[in-house]
Design a protein around this ligand. Structure first.
Ligand SMILES: *Cc1c(COP(=O)(O)O)cnc(C)c1O
Length: 386
């Protein structure tokens, strides 16, 4: 413990400087704008449920923020992923290539379709899918038949690739897009963590055929619960809106549904909260950037590796993270910080180590394991206005 205290005491002091006294959560929401006003307005209107003006406004704001041609509000980020996979044509028995280092929602959405996640490694610096690992996996395992790609070993069709921008750090998704385009595989970006993160001037989530976002309570911006699908394809957008809203055909009174649809609609009440939060996104991003700079500066002086955005990309710094020297040191730091009331967290247990995905096909996952053993996420909430 004393060695850990020696190395990390200053970092915990910095967390206290940033966030003050008491227990400090990893990421808590901040309501400093029009939240109460819009919620009251929503209640007064009686349109609290699955239709309402705030849903439309939320979708308009998401189009504006991301630059995508279309945005479809959903009840959460997992539903957005599930629907994006459906829109990408993923079917029972298909394979979807994704990364082992992610929140379980990415794989769950694949499993809902009785499709199979396939894992390729992440990069050291972005913690997101490695284009090199993807290319190697496809070269070694995929064969093309009639414009489609099949895994030679399993015989299954490879229908989509789903990278994730870990902690908001933009991955090398331009390179992944090119690999997918050359093979005619749909790219879906899980941008749940990267609202406000850009590569050059382009928003994450807009590089592939579809992108998905989450507005869960722990994300940069929250609607209580909520999600969004973005796409530039008007046909996919229309189909996505239709399927997420029970596949009801427009009629003044008839309840006609032309196929099995989903009740994945975002309630207007949640959309009202989302609109108020999205108005504050620029201020939240500036605040988080300042926090990241404080962490980065301290870590650089203290010789602790800090996970920073890559050149040419701009992270939202949803979560700030450092690399410890080993799994043992990681666990000691987590115990030390928790004892000090600072709720630091490790990265996720790798997906193929969860029972549901243990049998999955995978490439070498050295970077993912190396990172999972060492990453510690630090408190990263927007610091409150004084
Ligand atoms: C938060 C998150 C989601 C979606 O989560 P919901 O709670 O369903 O909104 C999906 N993928 C990743 C990587 C996430 O972090």
């Amino acid at each position: 413990m004393s060695e850990i205290a020696e190395k990390y005491r200053g970092l915990i002091t910095l967390v206290r400087d940033l966030y003050g006294a008491g227990a400090i959560p990893l990421h808590e929401p901040r309501f400093q704008g029009n939240e109460k006003r819009y919620l009251a307005d929503c209640i007064d209107s009686t349109f609290v449920s699955s239709v309402g003006a705030y849903v439309t406004r939320f979708e308009d704001m998401m189009r504006e923020i991301t630059g995508a041609q279309a945005a479809i509000a959903t009840v959460n980020g997992t539903a957005a992923l599930h629907m994006a996979l459906i829109l990408a044509g993923v079917r029972d028995g298909d394979e979807v290539i994704t990364q082992p280092l992610s929140f379980v929602a990415t794989c769950n959405a694949i499993a809902y379709l009785r499709a199979h996640p396939v894992f390729v490694d992440v990069e050291h610096d972005t913690l997101s899918m490695s284009p090199g690992a993807l290319r190697t996996f496809l070269e070694e395992n995929a064969e093309r038949r009639g414009g489609e790609n099949f895994n030679r070993k399993t015989g299954r069709r490879i229908q989509a690739v789903v990278p994730m921008h870990t902690f908001g750090l933009p991955g090398r998704v331009e390179a992944i897009r090119d690999i997918c385009a050359a093979r005619n595989i749909t790219l879906i970006e899980d941008a749940a963590e990267s609202l406000g993160s850009h590569i050059g001037a382009k928003h994450t989530g807009t590089f592939g055929g579809l992108g998905t976002f989450s507005f869960n309570g722990n994300k940069t911006v929250t609607s209580g619960g909520g999600g969004c699908i973005v796409t530039d394809d008007p046909k996919l957008a229309a189909r996505g809106k239709h399927l997420t809203t029970t596949a009801k055909t427009a009629h003044a009174w008839d309840f006609h549904h032309d196929q099995v649809g989903y009740n994945y609609r975002l309630p207007n009440l949640n959309a009202a909260l989302a609109c108020a939060q999205l108005e504050q996104l620029p201020a939240f991003l500036a605040n988080k950037r300042e926090t990241a700079a404080r962490y980065a500066q301290y870590c650089s002086a203290a010789g602790i590796p800090f996970l920073a955005e890559r050149n040419g990309a701009r992270s939202n710094y949803w979560l700030n993270a450092v690399l410890t020297a080993s799994r043992k040191e990681r666990d000691a730091l987590l115990a030390y910080s928790h004892a000090a009331g600072v709720i630091a967290r490790p990265a996720w247990i790798l997906m193929p180590q969860l029972p549901a995905f243990a049998a999955a096909c995978k490439g070498p996952l050295e970077n993912a394991q190396w990172l999972a053993d060492r990453v510690v996420c630090l408190p990263s909430s927007v610091r409150p206005a004084h």
